[in-house]
Design a binder for this molecule. Sequence first.
Ligand SMILES: [Zn+2]
Length: 95
Amino acid sequence: MPIYEYICLDCDNRFDRLWPTMASAQDRQPACPACSSVSTKQAVSRVAVLGELGGLTPQEESASSAESARTASYTPKDQIDTLQANSQRKREQGR
Ligand SMILES: [Zn+2]
């Protein structure tokens, strides 16, 4: 079901409207839930709205941390030891 964001032209309220089908969203102006005005216009794309909210949904968040956990477990232990030794050496040289 498509979700569109609308802006009320009377009170600048922003609200989301969920439509049962893509076709039902065409050429519709939902009434503003704050002031009941039908002077509303469709706002920016849903992608931009998701960006404002900070991007990842909780599901995506857990999926990506599971991904990094899997990646970490693929790193051989001796390689990790080498990396740690290297960074320790860098720290010591920095003094
Ligand atoms: Zn309004």
